[in-house]
Design a protein around this ligand. Structure first.
Ligand code: OFO
Length: 169
């Protein structure tokens, strides 16, 4: 059974994942409108992955006897100066989510909720992978360039990167 404190903290994380999903969908839309088809495809996929992360938490809360809630999430940014800015924001967002997962894990330990602590290890590992993924995209932009053919190549390469879709696993 979840304590009220853990339930509230898990519901806060549900909102974080919902925001991440909306943020990536909004970025996909900007990429789509600006001709970055590879990045758009990648970010549409990643928006789905974040929604899957949200649902995994949602089911956990209800399965553990709690009540999963949908909080209001703020509107994500929808205009960007460049593809580089889009991916700088993705990394910023992931670092923020990592910090919130870490804080949540600490609350579970403090409350001696070892079941939730165990459940959240999946998210700890996932954040490690996602930070690496977005750093690798920023490296690609830095190395191949942010103009002309270099940018065209980077966009194609980003389109080949598979969004992690493992939340149901
Ligand atoms: Fe939910 O993994 Fe990114 O944020």
């Amino acid at each position: 059974m979840l304590t009220q404190k853990i339930q509230d903290a898990l519901n806060d994380q549900i909102a974080e994942e919902a925001f991440a999903s909306n943020a990536y969908l909004s970025m996909a839309s900007w990429c789509d409108k600006n001709g970055y088809q590879g990045s758009a495809a990648f970010l549409y996929g990643h928006a789905e992955a974040e929604r899957a992360h949200m649902l995994k938490l949602f089911h956990y809360v209800n399965d553990a006897g709690g009540h999963a809630a949908l909080r209001t999430v703020k509107e994500p940014p929808r205009d960007f100066r460049s593809l580089s800015e889009v991916f700088e924001k993705t990394l910023e967002n992931e670092l923020h989510v990592t910090a919130s997962i870490n804080a949540l894990v600490s609350v579970c330990l403090a409350e001696k909720d070892y079941s939730s602590f165990n459940f959240l290890q999946w998210y700890v590992a996932e954040q490690h992978e996602e930070e690496h993924l977005f750093r690798s995209i920023l490296d690609l932009l830095r190395i191949a360039g942010t103009e002309g053919r270099g940018l065209f190549f980077v966009d194609k390469e980003i389109g080949k990167k598979v969004a992690p879709q493992k939340a149901g696993a």
